[in-house]
Ligand binder design. Structure first.
Ligand code: ACO
Length: 430
């Protein structure tokens, strides 16, 4: 039987070490015993961008990037997208099991009871300029929520913590909708607790002058499916930000605000906005080959936005579901004219040696922007549509981190490359 250890010889000293292998990992701290002399700090690993470092143990989301598998608590994403709702999936993520009918009703009622925000939030929103980016507004108002719930600091108290988690899931659509209304110069619409999570959100965003206006059910369902697809994605950039910030035991509002700012970046959730800008720039199907040429040019700075993923090296299973959702949405809204350019880009890229060799496939953001645009959302709002469903992932990961006895405040090491001790020189002598 294989021995689950790693034998290491430190050639600097000739010493031999036996390191335990657990879950396909060695513990980085086990390297510390390897020293050249008593003064030596001990061996470390250098891993910029955490390319090969597990930062936690997690039971929430499983990804096999080579096989294109994504599961929440063991349930395949395509089954959840087809059969579940975002709130049911949220319950699953938070509690580890699918809810019974009664549990789902109770969960839905609790979320519904937390959808309103304090009236002062409206004034806070009003302080933003008319053209403020909705993600800036969302990040700031979520951070501000911690000042409304000072008890949120009790992160070790399960009941208090769960209350904030529910509040965050419930209030995120309200805050996102308010940021949209502010940027459009429209009055805020209060939540309607008789509606489903997603229908209520769309109503708060879109309703103008007709109190009984309701979004098309097919669009509600399509957005709910998109919410399911975006609910969690293990240790991505924003979730890692939430865990790292949360490891200081700050309240979950502040930690989630950090997640929102990480998500805002064009290499992460901001990519769906970048995809639309790219498709507009290409302008026509016939310009696709020329654009692909520019992307491949090593001296250029163009990327094929919505392509590539740190983990998925086969295909992004979410992209498959989204492509199907595109058809359902376009049946109601009419086809987004940019779809033809996107399809052509995908077709050419998937045959091109550059993309094949590097295992670059469409990711979740490649088609989601087209759906959002067809639904009438402005580009600047797309990443908010990602932040709303990802909230459940962030808070669940926050809770897993805070209740994990192996976790401590996050604090990586560095390799210092700057100058060492030198004497200060007075200004007139420099
Ligand atoms: N277009 C063109 N070339 C690309 C792309 C792309 N979209 N993505 C990666 N490459 C190339 C890189 O230039 C590199 O080439 P090289 O080996 O010749 O230097 C190679 O593929 C490997 O890419 P890395 O940047 O090392 O891959 P990494 O894992 O660091 O990056 C990332 C992943 C950030 C997603 C990258 O693929 C990218 O920037 N994609 C476009 C932005 C995007 O769509 N982001 C959304 C990701 S999904 C999400 O966050 C929800």
């Amino acid at each position: 039987m294989a021995n689950d250890t790693l034998s290491v010889t430190d050639n600097r000293t000739g010493k031999k070490f036996e390191l335990k292998i657990e879950n396909g990992c060695i513990r980085a701290m086990d390297l510390r015993q390897m020293k050249t002399d008593a003064e030596d700090f001990g061996l470390m690993t250098y891993d910029p961008a955490f390319m090969n470092t597990a930062n936690c143990k997690s039971a929430i989301t499983f990804i096999d990037g080579d096989k294109g598998i994504l599961e929440y608590r063991g349930y395949p994403i395509d089954q959840l997208a087809e059969k579940s709702s975002h709130l049911e999936t949220s319950y699953l993520l938070m509690n580890g099991e699918l809810p019974s009918k009664a549990q789902l009703e109770e969960f839905t009622t609790k979320i519904t009871h937390h959808t309103y925000v304090h009236e002062n939030i409206k004034q806070f929103m009003d302080g933003f300029r008319y053209d403020a980016h909705p993600m800036s507004m969302l990040a700031s108002t979520v951070a501000a929520l911690s000042s409304f719930y000072p008890e949120a600091k009790q992160v070790k108290n399960k009941e208090v913590r769960r209350n904030q988690m529910m509040r965050l899931i419930a209030k995120m659509p309200t805050l996102a909708a308010f940021s949209y209304r502010h940027s459009q110069g429209l009055p805020y619409i209060y939540p309607n607790n008789d509606l489903s999570y997603t229908e209520n959100f769309l109503t708060m965003v879109k309703s103008i002058g007709k109190p009984n206006w309701r979004p098309h059910p097919a669009l509600v369902r399509a957005l709910d499916v998109l919410f399911i697809l975006h609910a969690d994605h293990e240790q991505n950039c924003s979730t890692t930000s939430v865990r790292v910030v949360g490891s200081s035991e700050v309240d979950p509002y502040s930690a989630v605000a950090a997640g929102i700012t990480a998500l805002y970046g064009p290499l992460h959730g901001g990519a769906n906005e970048a995809v639309l800008r790219m498709l507009r720039e290409i302008g026509d199907k016939k310009n696709v080959p020329e654009f692909i040429k520019k992307v491949k040019d090593k001296d250029g700075d163009k990327k094929l936005m919505g392509f590539g993923h740190r983990v998925y090296k086969n295909y992004d299973p979410r992209a498959k579901v989204i492509k199907k959702a595109c058809d359902e949405v376009f049946e109601v809204t009419g086809k987004n004219p940019l779809l033809d350019i996107a399809v052509e880009l995908e077709r050419i890229a998937l045959q091109d040696e550059y993309f094949v060799q590097r295992k670059l496939y469409p990711n979740v953001d490649f088609y989601s922007g087209l759906i959002y645009e067809a639904m009438g959302f402005p580009m600047e709002f797309f990443t908010c549509l990602f932040a709303i469903p990802r909230t459940v992932g962030w808070v669940t990961q926050f809770e897993e981190m805070i209740t994990d006895n192996e976790q401590k405040i996050a604090r990586p090491r560095q390799i210092f490359t700057g100058p060492r001790k030198r004497d200060y020189v007075m200004l007139d002598k420099r």
